[in-house]
Design a protein. Structure first.
Lengths: 302, 171
């Protein structure tokens, strides 16, 4: 192999001639070694996914403080922008809030009367009340996945009571579920991700469907009963089937795409999520809840 | 004696600069930006830094470092473990092979070189992910990300040039 000499000084030329083959060899070896290692990891991930997933969760846990430190200035910048914006729009917002407040007061009266009526009817029917939900709130530190995966990393993990499969929400509606729970960090797969499948029900008609993400902003509705016509704007809620999610969590509104295909516009603004609430719906059922026991057995098996 | 220790630390920190900046760039791409929907098309700044250091200081940016950054990218972005690692190591090797062509001419040539490498990495990642998961992966978001990173390339690149001039001129 011809070697080009850059230096004119004899001593340097001598070093260079001797150094090059070793350097080239070592470099080629390290390229082949690391390429093979990466390929080996890919194969191992297919053959033994649990080993790889366990390692991934631990590495992510270790990276969480670094990600948190990098995310903080962004979070502060966003807070400052929001504060400035809200100061600028103070007058208009005040008027809007006054109007909202008057309307909400009317709703409050109606809700109190309905709640009373509901309680009376429950007593009459000896209705078994569902266990209440408990929430875990966490901050989003990474909006990960790039163009291929829709996921978030949050600052709460197993030590805070997070379990895989928990539903994740914002104040407006469902955003996804926990797919990885480390000790102090977890990953949420958003409902818009290509691999997200959620059993839902359409309020009003009561039709059931599967909400499937396709990496776009609006996931699609599949497995609707044949020839179903849904009114655009109908509300979509979780159905609770499969026992993964609690029923009646708001998901979004139906959007008609034509040709009998429907999408759902998520109720939560998935583009800017800073805090999430994880829904622990089996908490009060505890060990006596057959669903909870089944889920734990499945988790152990996995 | 004290001087020697500080000098060694300073020297070590300077030598670690390519790896540390690439790591920071890779992590910076994944944190939540105060821009709606930016996460899906956030430019892979780690790839920019990897390209820059592989071109200008290959002695300080080894295949092991490309592997580590790729692995980290897989972990954080929930990609199959080893995919970005393999692509980053291959991209590093490709840049080294074509070093004279990309770095020897003008900034514009370097930009074109990056556009080729970034597009190649994106295409390979998209195809490999489709094959591994055996499903059609939408192509528009990665394409948008690729275009965005090519357009903004001069900005992180100039920052890296400045950093190299300040910290690595005497190394």
């Amino acid at each position: 192999m011809p070697i080009r000499l850059h230096s004119t000084r004899p001593s340097q030329r001598w070093d260079y001639v001797h150094a090059v083959p070793w350097r080239v060899l070592s470099h080629r070896f390290s390229f082949v070694f690391f390429a093979a290692l990466a390929f080996g990891l890919l194969v191992l991930g297919r053959v033994q996914p649990m080993v790889v997933e366990g390692a991934r969760t631990h590495i992510l846990d270790g990276l969480t403080p670094v990600l948190d430190a990098i995310a903080r200035p962004m979070s502060i910048a966003e807070n400052v922008t929001t504060t400035v914006k809200s100061y600028l729009a103070l007058r208009g917002e005040n008027e809007k809030l006054r109007a909202d407040n008057a309307q909400l007061k009317q709703w409050q009266t109606a809700v109190m009367s309905l709640q009373h009526e509901n309680r009376e009817l429950h007593n009459l029917l000896h209705f078994k009340i569902e266990p209440g939900f408990a929430y875990i709130t966490a901050r989003v530190i990474a909006d990960t996945g790039g163009p291929f995966v829709r996921s978030l990393v949050i600052t709460a993990g197993k030590l805070d009571g997070v379990r895989e499969g928990m539903a994740a929400m914002t104040g407006d509606g469902l955003i996804g579920r926990v797919i990885e729970a480390g000790d102090w960090s977890s990953r949420i797969l958003l409902i818009t991700d290509l691999n997200s499948r959620i059993p839902v029900t359409i309020t009003g008609s009561g039709d059931r469907a599967i909400l499937a993400g396709d990496n776009s902003a609006s996931p699609k509705l599949y497995y609707l009963p044949q020839d179903t016509v849904l009114p655009p704007g109908a509300r979509v809620m979780t159905s609770g089937h499969g026992g993964v999610f609690p029923p009646n969590l708001p998901v979004g509104m139906v959007q008609d795409l034509g040709h009998n295909t429907y999408a759902v516009v998520p109720a939560a603004d998935l583009g800017r999520i800073t805090y999430v609430r994880l829904v622990d719906f089996n908490l009060k059922g505890g060990a006596f809840n057959p669903l909870s026991a089944k889920m734990q057995a499945e988790t152990k098996k996995r | 004696m004290l001087d020697t220790i500080w000098q060694r630390l300073d020297h070590g920190a300077r030598l670690a600069l390519p790896f540390v900046t690439t790591l920071l760039c890779a992590l910076l791409s994944t944190v939540t930006w105060p821009l709606p929907w930016f996460g899906a098309i956030a430019p892979p700044l780690g790839l920019v830094a990897l390209y820059y250091w592989s071109l200008h200081r290959p002695d300080l940016f080894r295949p092991s470092m490309a592997f580590a950054i790729g692995l980290l990218n897989d972990v954080v972005n929930f990609l199959p473990l080893g995919l970005s690692a393999l692509l980053f190591v291959a991209a590093h090797q490709l840049v080294l092979r074509q070093r004279r062509f990309f770095a020897g001419h003008s900034f514009f040539m370097m930009w074109i070189g990056f556009a080729l490498i970034a597009t190649l990495v994106m295409l390979c990642e998209w195809m490999a992910l489709g094959l591994i998961r055996w499903q059609w992966v939408p192509f528009v978001p990665p394409l948008m990300q690729d275009i965005l990173v090519i357009v903004i390339f001069p900005l992180p690149c100039w920052l890296l040039i400045g950093l190299q001039r300040v910290a690595l001129t005497q190394e």
